[in-house]
Design a protein around this ligand. Structure first.
Ligand code: KIV
Length: 272
């Protein structure tokens, strides 16, 4: 397996923008805890997202809505302690920025101050522009998130592909332009037609990172637990599994149980 040459000693918001200018694809994965973040960073990932998908994969909630700002800060600070190179971006959780821009700024400040992360991510377009402006004014880098925005799941009612119709596609393109104009350093596009995602990536000068958005964007992001095959029930078409850890971990635990029951573990060398 080839190991990708790491050009940047530390990845910054400027580095990912330079990568887009140089047509180098940006790799991004989620992480929520110290040990996994250490492996993800050590492997050479460019960006680590402490996603509010922690609500699903770490806490077992059905949606991303229940996770709190305090819980996001806990996950983010665990990740930051493990990271030497990657840019660490943290999701502002549902309810911590939609109310008003003052609340959005104070949530973003708490994340930066209490976790040591490098940037925040917010879901939405023009409707949250005031919050984005205010966070940026405080010097906090912002990543946008358009397309399927899981925090609005109850508004849409389904996790199906977004922006298939012309009207929604036009709104998404204009939202992407206004996020760029506002000063976002990058945008995530989730689950939209590949052709539209490519058009967005060609229209804006900031990096566009896709999940279920095809290959014409500037980088890709996946949820770590999904790509490692730790989750079984979630199988969208865009997901590539690089391991089948669910089965591997189950087999290891069953072997341990059997060794304990049969007195095979611990053996003489494994005791004092
Ligand atoms: O929370 C998350 O993991 C995300 C990614 C799916 C982009 O927002």
């Amino acid at each position: 397996m080839s190991v990708h040459k790491k050009k940047f000693k530390k990845v910054t918001t400027n580095s990912v923008q330079e990568m887009k200018r140089n047509a180098e694809k940006i790799s991004m994965l989620t992480a929520y805890d110290y040990t996994m973040a250490m492996m993800v960073d050590g492997a050479g990932i460019d960006v680590i997202l402490v996603g509010d998908s922690a609500s699903n994969v770490m806490a077992g909630h059905e949606t991303t809505l229940p996770i709190t700002l305090d819980q996001m800060i806990y996950h983010a600070s665990s990740v930051v302690r493990a990271v030497n190179r990657a840019l660490v971006v943290v999701d502002l959780p549902f309810g911590s920025y939609q109310g008003n821009s003052k609340e959005a700024l104070s949530s973003a400040i708490r994340i930066m101050k209490e976790s040591g992360a490098h940037a925040v991510k917010l879901e939405g377009g023009t409707e949250i522009k005031e919050s984005i402006d205010r966070i940026l004014t405080a010097g906090i880098p912002v990543m946008g998130h358009l397309g399927l925005t899981p925090q609005s799941i109850y508004k849409f009612g389904t996790y199906t592909v977004r922006a298939k119709e012309d009207e929604e596609a036009e709104k998404l393109l204009s939202d992407a332009k206004s996020l760029e104009e506002a000063g976002c350093f990058s945008i995530v596009l989730e689950k939209i037609p590949a052709q539209l995602a490519t058009k967005v990536a060609q229209t804006v000068s900031i990096p566009v990172i896709g999940i279920g958005a095809g290959n014409g964007v500037d980088g890709q992001v996946l949820v770590l637990h999904d790509m490692l095959g730790m989750t079984k029930e979630f199988s969208p078409r865009f997901l590539r599994r690089y391991l089948n850890l669910y089965d591997d971990v189950t087999n290891a635990i069953q072997a341990y149980i059997s060794d304990v029951k049969s007195l095979d573990f611990p053996n003489e060398k494994e005791q004092y």
